[in-house]
Design a protein around this ligand. Structure first.
Ligand code: GDP
Ligand code: GDP
Length: 454
């Protein structure tokens, strides 16, 4: 997780989630709170120009009657700020300066984190700047007038954020351990796999700062890379704490997925794909994590020469949204193919981090267009795809510039995605495509220019 962290801080309802949505387009769909799942801090990946960063949203600082931080909230905010290189204080320009904003600003001034103030809801061309000027009083420098909903001013704000990030290390990706999460329902064999993996190596177990207190990660080396097994305590936990057979720490699994670069989704060969497996798989795909599908307890299956391919077909039908993930049949009991997990994970991670030059992307798009023209609307308007460019990695994300996104229906979009995969590979990682129309293009022009072939 070498990405620099940007913390979003502010009172409830000032527009933090709206802003985060805008900054993390690739993950728009999952910003909503999951009912019944407690959420402390949410991590999301964003990018601007050529920089990737991670956004941590403190989820709204709540105050008591005297505009003092509630202690448990403050603790969360402290943790978030500890790992951040830039803090974005979001305030509400329409409401004006409040005592709670002042408390947050005071706290921020006492910390060593670079802080920018974004005054949201300033979409009014006449009033916006004046509304923002009120917040000079926070003592945190020039307030940025923005509108998260309308996208006004967010570009300048992000330019400044990116300037404050530490310079990108050319091979920072290689030095950082790869975050790998073993996830799956209870009893599929996660801890058995973990034992089989860590058996021969002396695992270094170390608590990681800034994460849930009982989270333990294990670091090891395989395939010439350093790996950090996320939340080993969580994997082993069931043994020491009696939760009852029905307990499935899905929230904990979601957190592990969120922290990971790659997930090993373990499925019980005897049970096949269940609804719980599908939920985890869906989350991995939504979060844009690389993935290896491990079908465990292979030793317990009666088999002949065609069992594996038949079974793979059956499992894949239920996990169609992970059709890009490689599948491995293992036995934690006998150790069969357990070590291959890392070979496959290694390939998947390389694809997840891959960047493809714009010229190559457009070569593939040109080919796709010549095989199948974009659809035409009933009114006779033909879809036009001008060009595409990779705007982010982890997962590889592409913006495709078109005349009118509406003209490109699901089936054509899927076709283009298939063509990109066929032409460029990306086995083991999800990819994201953003379809941008003319009206959005003015705002994106600048971004595209920054992403020219390297
Ligand atoms: P959070 O609690 O800080 O995450 O705030 P939300 O993102 O949920 O937004 C709170 C409310 O403010 C919602 O009703 C948004 O629609 C509204 N809002 C967010 N951004 C803007 C903006 O730029 N202008 C206006 N007028 N309203 C906004
Ligand atoms: P977890 O809850 O996912 O961590 O699962 P465990 O590792 O605790 O395993 C649950 C049960 O499945 C235990 O009784 C294991 O002995 C058994 N098990 C795990 N892996 C295998 C395997 O590869 N083959 C067989 N036959 N049993 C296994």
């Amino acid at each position: 997780m070498a990405r620099p962290v940007v913390a979003i801080i502010g009172r409830p309802n000032v527009g933090k989630s709206t802003l985060v949505n805008r900054l993390c387009q690739s993950r728009e769909a999952i910003v909503h709170d999951q009912p019944g799942i407690t959420r402390d801090r949410t991590y999301q990946d964003g990018f601007w120009r050529d920089r990737d960063f991670r956004i941590v949203d403190t989820g709204g600082l709540v105050f008591d009657d005297d505009s003092e931080f509630l202690p448990e909230i403050r603790e969360q905010a402290d943790l978030a700020l500890e790992e951040a290189v830039v803090a974005l204080l979001i305030v509400d320009g329409q409401q004006g300066l409040t005592a709670a904003d002042e408390s947050i600003a005071e706290w921020l001034r006492s910390r060593e984190c670079e802080t920018l103030v974004a005054v949201n809801k300033c979409e009014s061309p006449e009033m916006g700047l004046a509304m923002a000027a009120d917040f000079w009083g926070l003592g945190l420098g020039e307030p940025y007038a923005i509108s998260a909903i309308h996208g006004v001013g967010t570009g300048d704000l992000l330019d400044h954020v990116v300037e404050l990030l530490p310079p990108r290390q050319p091979n920072e990706d290689l030095d950082e351990p790869i975050q790998i999460a073993i996830v799956g329902r209870p009893n599929v064999g996660k801890s058995s796999l973990l034992n089989s993996i860590c058996g021969e190596t002396r695992a270094i177990v170390s608590p990681i700062r800034g994460t849930t207190r009982d989270t333990i990660d294990t670091t090891l080396e395989r395939e010439g890379k350093a790996w950090r097994l996320i939340d080993t305590a969580g994997i082993r936990r069931r043994r020491s704490v009696n939760y009852g057979p029905e307990f499935f720490g899905i929230n904990r699994s979601f957190k592990a997925i969120e922290r990971s670069d790659i997930c090993v989704l373990v499925i019980d060969a005897l049970d096949g794909v269940t609804e719980q497996d599908q939920r985890l798989a869906g989350r991995i795909e939504q979060d844009g994590r690389a993935c290896v599908l491990v079908i465990n307890k292979w030793d317990a299956i009666q088999k002949d020469g065609s069992t594996m391919s038949l079974m793979e077909k059956e499992l894949r039908a239920k996990l169609y949204f992970l059709d890009w993930a490689t599948m491995l049949f293992t036995s934690a009991l006998t150790g069969q193919r357990v070590e291959s997990i890392f070979a496959l994970a290694s390939l998947a991670v390389e694809q997840h981090r891959r960047r493809v030059a714009t010229a190559v992307v457009n070569e593939v798009l040109k080919e796709a267009l010549s095989w199948r023209s974009p659809p035409t609307s009933r009114g006779g308007r033909q879809g036009r795809l001008y060009y595409g460019t990779q705007v982010a990695s982890r997962p590889p994300s592409f913006t495709l510039f078109v005349n009118e996104p509406k003209l490109f229906g699901d089936s054509y979009r899927r076709y283009v995605e298939r063509q990109i995969r066929e032409g460029l590979g990306f086995e083991g990682t999800p990819i994201k495509l953003f379809w941008r129309g003319k009206q959005q293009r003015a705002a994106e022009r600048d971004l595209a220019r920054q992403q020219s072939p390297s």
